[in-house]
Design a binder for this molecule. Sequence first.
Ligand SMILES: [Zn+2]
Length: 337
Amino acid sequence: MKMINSSNILLMAAVLLLSTNALATEFIYKPASTTEIAVNLQKVEGGHLERFKKPFEVQRLSKNIYWVSVANYNLTVLVGETGVLLIDAPIHTGKRVLKAIKVITDKPLRAIVYSHAHADHVGDSSVILKELGDKNIDIYATDEVRDALISHNVTLPAPVTKIISDKLVFEGHTFDVYKNFDGHTSDNTVFLIEDGGRKILHAIDLIHPDQLEFRSFSNVEDAIAYKNDIDYLLLMDWDVMVTGHSNLGYKEDVKFVQEYIRDIQGYIHQGHSKADFSVHLKSDTPFAWYAGYSDEVIDFATNLLAEKYREGREEEFDIVAKSHVEVLFWAMLARAL
Ligand SMILES: [Zn+2]
């Protein structure tokens, strides 16, 4: 057996360091292109404010699929043989979405699909229908999304006209429909399509590439189910993700969120083992005991999180990080995790 000498160890360390650095910088940033297909790990150049102020941006992802970004929202456009399918129609973006589609193709819009019942992502479908004056546009959603729109009294989006289950077929193109993503909302639906050899995922309000997650992980309904959603995203086979906000997403972006959540859970466990509940048993109201104890653990975990994640993104960390710790603290406490 060949002996490993000290120079070999140094070389191995250097290679490891290089590969770690490569991981952090491997995304390729280029201006959005309606014609050139983005290669693997390519994102759209430009800051968040710049993107927000533009009327819209279009990036081709495959032969027939396009990423469209309007204000701080992203959606998916599929150009079929004779017509166009749109996934999501975010609020206050309808007219600009139609202009973006016009840049891509002259074919008419034939279908709108809802990812979930939050009106901020689907609310302008009614504006689009009104603008086109066309009754020949199908509105697709799962029965869960339709039921959530009805039970939550969400009246802004156009009513669902076609119910989808495990597949969505549009002019010969087939999306796999995933209804098992229950963290953000119980009706959240993820779509996967293979087009031109590329596997494209439409997954909304799960990750924000190039950013920390939005407050309370996008006001997550169930933080533990959300953690499972993130793990599941990494088990699925896909190449590029259309997320609800920010930039194009890749598995590296999901891994960042997975590690961030795992770190928070670890820091909360450390906080529990350090804090002493009996110290907070002073008032006659039980709420005060839990408030004192939870504040101690949450502050402890947030401080540890800051040591790893705050540098270089101080403003966004100070806005959102404590809310991430809080929402995971209470979700973990309820399940004794
Ligand atoms: Zn949402």
